[in-house]
Design a protein around this ligand. Structure first.
Ligand SMILES: NC(=O)c1ccc[n+]([C@@H]2O[C@H](COP(=O)([O-])OP(=O)(O)OC[C@H]3O[C@@H](n4cnc5c(N)ncnc54)[C@H](O)[C@@H]3O)[C@@H](O)[C@H]2O)c1
Length: 264
């Protein structure tokens, strides 16, 4: 098991989905975990961890609001010490229509959360890490935009490939400061984000959409938030000490097939 004892880890988007699974795993591995989310559920998520005997604190914050992000990070440093690890999981997907019909406001919303939010929290966390001369960040990119794309994904793909570029540039800027910056590229992971998209596609039977997505993956199923958390924790940990500016793809081989022809 990885050991984060004595470390302060901040996880954004920690009220649900992969951010929540990551926060739970890091807490079990000994970290003091600060869960950040725009949703009220962040308080509940933190309380659940505290009730299980772990060190966890919930902070309700909109990552797009730089002033509020800075205030929260100042509180975290004052209450728990300098930040060792940051996981940027907060993200949104607006995939409801084709590019030529997509409301411009949807693109702006994705830019605000997926790019500006990550910018704000990374800046705030890096102040701690540079002072410590040690730290690690894991950003949530996606296979979308970096390796593959479907219809309806122009705006989302733009923001997730931006995360790819930001990760590499941040890596190069802080590689001599003892700070590592990596990213994960999930394929189809069953989280509230994907369940919501399925409900929008087929309100009467979202489970049919989810089953079809799972069946389309070579491994025959979607991934779980816990499987995502394992990859994130590894990249954050000292065990990944020579890995920076890189990505782990976890997609059940969904981005691998050369053709759709089945051999049986
Ligand atoms: N689920 C997938 O299949 C998948 C695949 C590829 C990439 N991703 C990316 O992984 C990350 C996590 O996705 P997920 O599926 O767990 O999503 P999710 O929707 O289940 O959870 C995202 C969390 O982010 C929070 N959030 C949204 N806007 C916020 C804001 N402005 N400030 C603070 N918190 C905010 C939400 O409240 C929510 O708790 C996202 O960046 C997503 O784009 C997901």
């Amino acid at each position: 098991m990885l050991d984060f004892t004595g470390r302060v880890a901040v996880v954004t988007g920690a009220a649900m989905g992969m951010g929540n699974a990551t926060a739970r795993l890091l807490a079990k591995q000994g970290a003091t975990v600060c869960l950040l989310d725009i949703s009220d559920g962040v308080e509940v998520a933190a309380r659940e961890l505290v009730d299980s005997g772990y060190k966890a604190y919930g902070y309700k914050v909109n990552v797009t609001d730089q002033v509020d992000v800075d205030r929260v990070f100042d509180n975290i440093v004052a209450e728990h010490g300098l930040v060792d690890h940051l996981v940027n999981s907060a993200g949104i997907a607006r995939l409801s229509s084709m590019f030529d019909e997509q409301a411009d406001a949807n693109l702006q919303a994705m830019i605000d959360v997926n790019i500006i939010g990550l910018w704000n929290t990374s800046k705030a966390a890096l102040r701690s890490m540079v002072e410590k001369k040690k730290g690690s960040i894991v950003n949530f990119s996606s296979v979308t935009g970096t390796f593959v794309a479907d219809a309806h994904e122009v705006g989302y793909a733009a923001t997730k490939s931006a995360v790819w570029g930001m990760t590499k540039a941040m890596c190069m800027e802080f590689v001599t400061e003892g700070v590592r910056v990596n990213m994960v590229c999930p394929g189809m992971i069953r989280t509230p984000m994907v369940e919501k998209s399925a409900a929008e596609m087929m309100p009467d039977n979202p489970e049919a959409v989810l089953s079809a997505i799972g069946a389309s993956v070579p491994m025959g199923r979607m991934g779980t938030p816990e499987e995502a958390a394992n990859a994130v924790a590894f990249l954050l940990s000292d065990e990944a000490s020579y890995i920076t500016g890189r990505e782990i793809v976890f997609d059940g081989a969904s981005t691998l097939p050369e053709t759709n022809v089945k051999s049986d």
